[in-house]
Design a binder for this molecule. Sequence first.
Ligand code: ADP
Length: 532
Amino acid sequence: MELRLKKLILYRLIITTVTLLMGLFFQLEGISAFWGPYAFFYFLIFLVYGTTVIFALLIRKRKARDLTFLIYSQTTADALIITGIIYITAGSASVFTPLYILAILEAGVLLERKGGLMAASVCSIYYALLLGLEHYWVIPSLTPRLPYHNVVLLYTLFVYILAFYLSGYLTGYLAEEVRKSGKELTKSREDFSRLEAFNRDVIQSMQSGLLTVDRKGQISFLNKAGEKILDIRTSQIKDRPITDLFLDLNQDFQEGLRSRMETAFQRHDGEEIKLGLSISSLKDHRGNKVGQIITFQDLTLIKEMEESMRRSEKLATIGQLAAGIAHEIRNPLASISGAIQLLKEEKEEGESSQRLMEIILAESGRLNRLITDFLLYAQPPKLNKKKVDVGALVDNTLEVFSRSPQWTKGIKLTKIMEPNITISADPQQLEQVLWNLFINAVDAMEGKGVLEVKVHKDGKGQAVTLMVADTGKGISPKDINNIFDPFFTTKEGGSGLGLSIVHKIVEIHGGDIAVESRPDRGTTFILTFPTS
Ligand code: ADP
C-alpha cells in the first residue's frame, strides 16, 4: 500500500505540474475568454502542492487504518480543489473537468471499489452543486457564461456523473482483482517453497545415501547421509562420471537391467566399506527419463555380523557332531592306556618293548588332552557365574603363567589395569581364556617381545575391555578369518582349539571378541564384556 501511495503522490505532482504549465501557457498566450482570475488558479495549484507535501509527511507516520482515513480526506480535498479550478475555468465548459476522474482513479486504486464509488459520489456532488449554483446565479460566474439550455446542462452533468461512477467502479474492481491474484500468487509461491523445503528435508534426513546421475552418467547430487557414508563432499565429485566413484559398477546395473548390487568402496581414510546399491530411473514430471537415482547403504557392519553368525553356526554343528565321537574315543583310549600300564609293570619285557609302551602312553596322554580340550570347546561346563574382579584374576593368571614351562625369559610384561573392575563371569573359564591367549602370544613372539595386558571400562561404563597384545609375528590376512575355526592351526603339533575355546567362552558370557594383527608387528585381541 505504501509503495502504491508513493507512486500516486508522484503522478499527482506530475499532473499538477502539467496543469500549472497549461495555466501558464494560457496566460502567456493571452487566452482569457474562458479563464477567470489567474491568481486564484495558481493559488489552487499551490494548494495541491501544499496538500501533497502534508499528505506525504503524514503517511510516513500513520498506520494502515489511519491511511484509509487519510486517503479519503485527500480525495475529498482534491475533488474540492478540482471544483475550484473548474469554477474559474468556465464551469460546465471547463477543460479541467476530467481531472475529477484522476481523483477517482486514485481512490479506486488505493481503496478499491468502496473508495472508487465514494470518490465518484463526492465528485458528482461537487460538480452538480457547482453547475447548479452557477446556473441559478447563486454564485457569481467568473467567466463569460455560455447560454446553456437546462437540458444540455443536465445532459453534461449526467454524462460526467456516469463517467465518474464507471471509472470508480472499474478501477476499484481491477484493483481488487490485482490484489486477489497477487495474494494467490504469493500463496502458491509459499506452497511451492514449502514443498521444496519438505523434499529437501526428506532427502537430507534420510539414513541412506542418495545420489543422482544425469543423462550423461555424471553425478549431479549427493545427500548428507551419502557424504557421510562415503566420507566425501558433493563438490569433490559433482559432474564426475559415476564410474569414478564406484569403480566396478557393472554395465547391467548402469543400464538399469539389474536394480541391486553390492560393491566395495575405498574411503579416503583407507577403510574399505561394503555398499549395497539400488538404482532406479529419475524421471521429470512429464515422465521423460532425465537420469538415475542410486540409493546406497553401508553394509560393512551387517556383513561382519553375518560372518560372525555364520562362524557360530558352523562351530555349533561341528561341535555337536564331534563331541559325540570324542566321547566314544575316550573310553577305548582309557582301556588301551590302562592295559599298556599293566603290561609295562610286568618287568620281564625287553628294553625296546618298554620304550614302545612309553610312546603309546605318551601319545594316548596327548590324545586324551586333545579330547579334553575339544570337549571343553564343544560342550563347555555349565557356567558358574560370580562377581569377578578382572584385575585380580588377570594378576593371578599371569603369576601362574609366568612360572609355567610355556613362559620364556626374553619376554617383557606390561600391565595397565584400572582398579576395581568387576564383571559377572565364571572365573575358571575366564582363566582358561587368558591362559589360551597368553600361550598364543608367547608362541608368536618366539622367545622375545612384549606381552601387554590392559583392562579398562569404556567411556560410558557399560562394558569392560580386556586387551591382550603381543609383538610377535602376527597373523597373515589370509588366515585371519579362520583363526577361530576349530582345528585351524599353523603350528606344528597345534590343536587349533585354543581360540575356538576362547571364542566360545566369551560368547556364552555375552561378550565380544575382535582381533587386529599386522604381520611381523604383532597381534591384539580385544575382548569386551558387559558390566555386571
Ligand atoms: P593353536 O594355538 O593350537 O594353533 P589356536 O586356536 O589357539 O590354536 O590358534 C589358531 C591359530 O591362530 C594359530 O595356529 C596361529 O596361527 C594363530 N594365532 C593365534 N594367536 C596368535 C598370536 N597371538 N599371534 C600370531 N598368530 C596367532
